[in-house]
Design a protein around this ligand. Structure first.
Ligand SMILES: *Cc1c(COP(=O)(O)O)cnc(C)c1O
Length: 405
């Protein structure tokens, strides 16, 4: 018999490594964009598990894929390939610029693969001097030591000893700052085609197209980290499709599995050849269970009506937030694209994003922040319009409470 354990927030402090500080609320089930906690309190989910749950909770297509594959085959390792991985890779190739796919288990691992591939490509093709990686301040690429070093917040990478070398940071939307750093020794420029964690910052066309040109001039690879923006989040299958710029390597995770851990790195055949047999790998990467769920998520999201729905739902959010703001005057800007939305707090409320998140939770609404000044929404791409309306009502109540102290 399994011992009955009281799974509560106090237990977290007793048995978990203290690197997180989770809410006191412990959800136990979810359906669509609603979640219920241990006391059966209902919450509306505008957080989407940080842009992961692209089809909400327990979407029937994903549950069906999980159950069906779960009764067939869970895991082999990469000494053998499997049908779900092959099918998912084929769909990713058929629907993007890419010709080759490498599977991983998370965003960080997908980026780790991209960075190692870029370095190896440069070594093979151009020699051992071409190692510089240019990334961007405020950028976020995951928490392995290489990816967190490439990320643009030293606070996240400091304090762990010597960092992987030859990584420099330019300013997002400042092409001159890239020009100052780039040379023929640049191996790759790594960027999010819309900075997520860093504050929901869209690139200007001039900037992102300029970065592509600089890469071409200096034979550097352009790596797009689409871990947060990918799989329909911006209303395109991948954000690059709405920007008129094609990367050489693209990473995708978060929404790719709709809640099941999986990531992937996509690239061309010419670049992929440099990850020869034995140069890189992962025990779980391309696991049949993960790939079966991801295939179902991909099929469901890669649909004109779902992608167009993201655009119309974005407008519902923007209209709703603007209406709240007309009453309470707390935001100075609404940023983002599709269902990756950032409401930037006005000067009077600087540093208080967490207060709004906590107040929203008390009203039955799950939200996110992106730094201390931005409230972020990254809901299900198929969140019902009625849930958006109800969630915004709850958000208005939360805003009123913060404003009125
Ligand atoms: C979340 C995120 C990552 C890290 O993904 P993990 O699955 O947590 O490793 C990397 N890049 C971007 C842009 C992200 O938003």
């Amino acid at each position: 018999m399994t011992e009955q354990i009281a799974a509560n927030r106090e237990l977290f402090d007793q048995v978990m490594v203290p690197n997180y500080s989770p809410s006191a609320v412990i959800p136990v089930r979810g359906k669509g964009s609603r979640v219920w906690d241990q006391n059966n309190n209902e919450l509306i989910d505008f957080a989407g598990g940080i842009a992961v749950n692209c089809l909400g909770h327990c979407h029937p297509a994903l549950v069906d894929a999980l159950k069906t594959q779960g009764e067939k085959l869970w895991h082999l390792s990469n000494v053998m390939t499997n049908e779900p991985a092959l099918r998912l890779a084929k769909k990713l190739v058929d629907n993007t610029f890419a010709e080759k796919v490498y599977f991983a288990n998370s965003g960080a691992e997908s980026n780790e693969a991209a960075l190692k591939l870029a370095r190896r490509w440069a070594l093979d093709v151009h020699g051992s001097d071409k190692t510089q990686i240019i990334a961007f301040k405020q950028g976020f690429h995951g928490r392995t030591f290489f990816t967190v070093t490439v990320g643009g917040q030293a606070a996240y990478s400091d304090g762990f000893g010597p960092k992987p070398g030859d990584v420099v940071h330019a300013e997002y939307n400042n092409l001159d700052s890239v020009k100052e750093l780039i040379s023929d020794k640049t191996c790759a420029i790594v960027m999010e085609p819309l900075q997520g964690e860093g504050g929901i910052i869209s690139p200007t066309n001039e900037f992102i197209q300029g970065v592509r040109q600089l890469c071409d001039q200096h034979n550097a690879l352009l790596v797009f980290d689409e871990v947060q923006t990918g799989v329909g989040r911006t209303g395109e299958l991948y954000a690059y499709m709405g920007l008129d710029v094609t990367p050489d390597i693209l990473t995708t995770a978060k929404a790719l599995g709709g809640g099941f851990p999986i990531g992937a790195m996509l690239t061309t055949t010419a670049i992929a050849t440099h990850l020869k047999i034995g140069t890189h790998g992962s025990t779980y990467g391309g696991n049949p269970l993960a790939c079966a769920v991801a295939e179902a998520a991909f099929d469901t999201v890669n649909d004109v009506s779902v992608l167009n729905g993201v655009k119309t739902k974005e407008q519902l959010y923007r209209d709703g937030i603007n209406k709240i703001n007309a009453k309470y005057n707390v935001f100075k800007e609404i940023r983002g694209k599709g269902l990756l939305i950032g409401a930037v707090l006005s000067d009077d409320y600087q540093g208080r994003a967490k207060d709004f998140l906590v107040a929203a939770m008390a009203e039955g609404l799950m939200t996110l922040v992106a730094g201390a000044n931005i409230i972020r929404f990254a809901p299900s791409l198929v969140i019902p319009d009625a849930d958006i309306a109800e969630g915004l009502l709850r958000f208005e109540k939360a805003v009123a409470k913060v404003v009125n102290g």
